[in-house]
Design a protein around this ligand. Structure first.
Ligand SMILES: Cc1cc2nc3c(=O)[nH]c(=O)nc-3n(C[C@H](O)[C@H](O)[C@H](O)COP(=O)(O)OP(=O)(O)OC[C@H]3O[C@@H](n4cnc5c(N)ncnc54)[C@H](O)[C@@H]3O)c2cc1C
Length: 404
C-alpha cells in the first residue's frame, strides 16, 4: 500500500489527508499540538466565514499577484465545491448579506467533529504532539520531536507539508518550519503579519473615550497610494482594527517599509463629495457648538472625536476646511501589530519553488499547501478557501505522481 505523510493538521493538511486516504493511501497526519485544526476552530468563534459567493473573476482578484497560480486550483476546488463538501459533513452553508459564506450553525466545532470522524473511517492516523523539526541526514526521512523530548523518524512515498503561517502561534503554526526549509535551499519569502491591526499613538483622552468604538462605513486610503477601501473600522486602545484596515494592509506595510511611518486618510463621509459636504456645513446655526454642527452632517461622536484628535483638540471653523478634513482625516500609523496578533501571514514558500502540482522542485515527492505558500488575501473567506484549494491540489499532485 502506498503511504503518505501529511505534516500539519489544519484545513489544508486535513483536506489533503482526506483526498489521499480516499484514493487508498495509508495516511498519517502529524501535528505538534494535542489536537488538530485549532485555528479553524478559532475561526468558528467569529462565525466561520468559509468562503465567498462572488463571481470567479472577482474572487481571483483577492489573491493579488498569486491569482494566476491559484486559478487552476480554485477551478478544481472552488467555493461551490467547498460548500458541497461542508454540506456532505452535515453542515449546510448559506450566503450572508455581504456575499460571505457561513455554515448554518455559524460554528466550526460540528464540522471538525464530523470531519475527524470521516478521516478516522478512511483510516487516517493522527500523530499529535509531534513537532516536525527537519529531515534526516540523508534527506529522505522526516524528523519529529514529541512534547516529552523523544524523537522519531518517518518516511513515506509522498509527503504534504501544510504547516500554516506564523500568526496566533499558540494555536500551533509558529513558522518554525522556515529554518529547515531554507537550510535545504528552498526560498521562503519572509513571513509578515497580514490582516492585522495598526498601531496609532492616540492621546489618552481619545483612547479612554473611544476604545472599542466603531468608525462606521468609513473610507480608508494610504496617503499617496490612491488605493482606498470602505467598511467598518474599530478604534482600539493602541490603534485601529477591522476589515478595511486589513484590506489595505499590504499598502500600509509598503509605506511603513519605505518611510518608517504611514498616514491613513479616513473619509468619514464617503457617500458625500467634498463640495456637497461643504455646502451642508455652510448651514451652521449661530448657536451650534462644534459637535452639534458636525452631528447635523451625520457624523457620530467617534467620528467627531477623531476629527478633534487629528486637529490636536481643535476643529476648523471654516466649512471648506472642515469638509476637507472630514473627507481625509489623517491618522499616523507607526507600525502594524505583531504577527502573533494577525489573522493571517503574508510570505511563505515562494511560488518559484513549486511546480503546478505544488511539488517542491528541489524535493520530488514533497508537496506544500495552505498558508505556508507565499500568497495572501483579505478576510472574507478567501483564506480558508485557498487553504482548502491548495490542500486538494497538493493531494492531487501527490496522487498523479504515484500514478493514481
Ligand atoms: C482568529 C482567526 C480567525 C480566522 N477566521 C477566518 C475566517 O473566518 N475565514 C477565513 O477564510 N480564514 C480565517 N482565518 C484564517 C484561517 O484560519 C487560516 O488561513 C487557515 O487556518 C490556514 O490553514 P492551514 O492549514 O494552511 O494552516 P493552519 O490552520 O495554521 O494549520 C497548520 C497546522 O500545522 C501545525 N504545525 C505547525 N508547525 C508544525 C510543526 N513544526 N510540526 C507539526 N505540526 C506543525 C499546527 O499545529 C497546525 O495544526 C482566521 C484566522 C484567525 C487567527
Amino acid at each position: 500500500m502506498a503511504t503518505a505523510c501529511v505534516v500539519g493538521g489544519g484545513p489544508a493538511g486535513l483536506i489533503a489527508a482526506e483526498r489521499l486516504a480516499g484514493a487508498g493511501l495509508a495516511v498519517t497526519v502529524y501535528d505538534r499540538m494535542p489536537s488538530v485544526a485549532r485555528k479553524l476552530l478559532l475561526a468558528g468563534h467569529g462565525g466561520l466565514n468559509l468562503t465567498h459567493s462572488e463571481d470567479r473573476e472577482r474572487l481571483l482578484t483577492r489573491y493579488g499577484d498569486s491569482a494566476d497560480r491559484l486559478t487552476p486550483m480554485l477551478a478544481a476546488f472552488g467555493p461551490d465545491d467547498l460548500r458541497e463538501w461542508c454540506a456532505g459533513l452535515g453542515e449546510p452553508t448559506f450566503v450572508g448579506s455581504s456575499g460571505r459564506v457561513f455554515p448554518r450553525s455559524f460554528r466550526a466545532t460540528p464540522l471538525v467533529r464530523a470531519w475527524l470522524a470521516r478521516l478516522a473511517r478512511l483510516g487516517v492516523r493522527l500523530e499529535r504532539r509531534q513537532r516536525w523539526t527537519g529531515w534526516t541526514e540523508d534527506g529522505t526521512g522526516l524528523c519529529f520531536t514529541a512534547a516529552d523530548g523523544t524523537t522519531a523518524e518517518a518516511t513515506a512515498d509522498v509527503t504534504v507539508f501544510a504547516l500554516g503561517g506564523a500568526s496566533w502561534p499558540r494555536l500551533g503554526s509558529d513558522g518554525g518550519w522556515v529554518g529547515p526549509f531554507t537550510d535545504r535551499g528552498v526560498r521562503v519569502t519572509p513571513l509578515r503579519a497580514a490582516n492585522v491591526g495598526v498601531r496609532v499613538g492616540w492621546t489618552p483622552l481619545f483612547a479612554d473615550r473611544f476604545e472599542g468604538a466603531p468608525l462606521k462605513q468609513v473610507g480608508l486610503t494610504v496617503q499617496g497610494s490612491g488605493h482606498g477601501v470602505r467598511g467598518d473600522a474599530m478604534v482600539t486602545r493602541t490603534g485601529l482594527e477591522g476589515g478595511p484596515v486589513y484590506a489595505i494592509g499590504a499598502a500600509i506595510r509598503d509605506a511603513l517599509d519605505a518611510d518608517g511611518s504611514c498616514v491613513l486618510e479616513v473619509d468619514l463621509r464617503p457617500d458625500l463629495g467634498v463640495d456637497q459636504l461643504a455646502e451642508r456645513l455652510e448651514r451652521r446655526r449661530p448657536k451650534d457648538s462644534g459637535s452639534t454642527w458636525l452631528r447635523r452632517t451625520g457624523l457620530d461622536p467617534t467620528a467627531i472625536g477623531l476629527l478633534r484628535e487629528a486637529g490636536g483638540g481643535a476643529l476648523p471653523g471654516d466649512a471648506g476646511q472642515m469638509a476637507a478634513l472630514v473627507k481625509a482625516t489623517p491618522v499616523v500609523v507607526s507600525a502594524t501589530m505583531p504577527i502573533d496578533r494577525a489573522i493571517s501571514t503574508a510570505g511563505g514558500i515562494a511560488w518559484s519553488e513549486v511546480d503546478a502540482s505544488l511539488m517542491l522542485r528541489s524535493l520530488p515527492g514533497t508537496f506544500v499547501a495552505g498558508e505556508m505558500l507565499d500568497w495572501e488575501a483579505p478576510t472574507g473567506g478567501y483564506l480558508l478557501q485557498a487553504s482548502f484549494s491548495t490542500g486538494v491540489a497538493a493531494a492531487q499532485g501527490a496522487l498523479d505522481r504515484l500514478g493514481r
